[in-house]
Design a protein. Structure first.
Length: 378
């Protein structure tokens, strides 16, 4: 669809105004809300929705509505996942206009409490490379007439505009993340090269002065200060370990996992042993590999900070379509009721986002086993 196909000057001006009003600096969530609201108002409809395609390309991972109030949304309950007419729009990849949903072959009806909807128009949201990112849906024209071909042209053109804006928003986010990663790397380097070296110098000076101190109380205070310095250096090393980024993106999963477990021993003094199934690196995509390494880094960091472990066993293997990461330590363990903190909750969320799960088996005095599972192609 091209701008020149829109022959109504008022609608063309409205489309241009809508393009200019969309705020690309907003968060993606706010931007999607803005897109669906703008599309619905632009096309003169009562209700609108934006469906974000899941990675499988056939279902919806997110469904954002406009025109349905909070009370009605609560009554409706579960949001659509891409069946019926919505699924037809997804699979077709083309605009779909329906004059009467009740008599359309693909319609599966509406849940109890859902507003009455008869007329329907759905169009894909296309990014710059032609990828279908999601779909825009509108229903019930305010003039109570059927959606026209001009409505289809208008919404399809807006769908392309929305795709370009989403592209731009994602690019800005990626650039910000890159800047943050570079700053984190600089901070880690400064902590290692400057702060730790200065603390070592202070500690060395105290050790050299200790034999010349005759007062027992003063000697005890210096020894206490040396212990605190050692703990501080250990904490800083752990922090560096946590903020270091998985920079070697060209390396295989095996290389990255090996480097990470070796790093635990060299930097933090906890012996970590890795066992990994042969050929697993070739079975997982880069997205899964990256998040697996980040999950392993977080698990190892939790062990160093909280477990008092001296030895860790790391096992990576494949089970059907899933990658399974198991990390067992010989530390003090914890009571699940009070022991699961934000770090472990983050691990569970990361696994769920990749179609898997994270479970923790631990009790006080018996060490901890973390099992982290994700789809290989997640």
């Amino acid at each position: 669809m091209k701008f020149r196909e829109l022959r109504d000057p008022d609608r063309l001006h409205a489309l241009i105004d809508a393009m200019l009003l969309m705020e690309t600096e907003a968060t993606l969530s706010s931007l999607l809300q803005q897109i669906v609201a703008t599309a619905t108002e632009l096309a003169g409809a009562r209700y609108g929705a934006l469906g974000v395609l899941a990675r499988d390309g056939t279902t919806l991972s997110e469904f954002i509505t406009y025109g349905i109030d909070a009370k009605a949304s609560a009554v409706i309950g579960h949001l659509p996942t891409g069946k019926g007419v919505l699924g037809e729009t997804i699979m077709g990849g083309q605009p779909l206009r329906i004059d009467d949903l009740a008599h359309h072959a693909g319609s599966v009806g509406f849940p109890e409490g859902h507003p009455a909807m008869h007329r329907f128009l759905g169009v894909p949201i296309l990014t710059r490379n032609g990828h279908i990112w999601g779909n825009l849906y509108i229903t019930e024209p305010l003039n109570d007439e059927a959606f026209s071909y001009d409505d289809e042209l208008l919404l399809a053109t807006f769908g392309r505009v929305a795709g370009a804006v989403i592209d731009q928003s994602n690019l800005r986010r990626e650039l910000r993340e890159l800047s943050v990663a570079e700053e984190r790397e600089r901070l880690a380097r400064d902590l290692h090269d400057t702060v730790i070296q200065r603390l070592f110098g202070v500690g060395l000076g105290l050790q050299m002065a200790l034999p010349h101190v005759s007062d027992d109380d003063a000697s005890a205070r210096i020894n206490l200060a040396l212990d605190e310095l050692n703990e501080t250096i250990h904490d800083i090393r752990t922090t560096i370990f946590e903020i270091d980024q998985d920079r070697a993106t060209d390396d295989t999963l095996r290389h990255r996992a090996t480097a990470l477990t070796n790093e635990v021993g060299s930097r933090l003094g906890v012996q970590a042993h890795l066992q990994m199934e042969a050929g697993l690196s070739q079975q997982v995509n880069e997205h899964c590999a990256h998040h697996t390494i980040q999950a392993l880094r977080e698990i190892l960091s939790n062990i160093v900070r909280h477990s008092e472990a001296t030895h860790v066993e790391v096992n990576l293997r494949g089970v059907d379509d899933y990658l399974v990461l198991r990390v067992r330590d010989d530390g003090v363990g914890f009571d699940k009721v009070g022991g699961v903190g934000r770090g472990l909750r983050n691990l569970a969320t990361r696994a769920e986002d990749l179609g898997g799960e994270c479970t923790i088996d631990s009790s006080a005095g018996s060490g901890t086993l973390v099992t982290w599972i994700a789809l290989k192609k997640g």
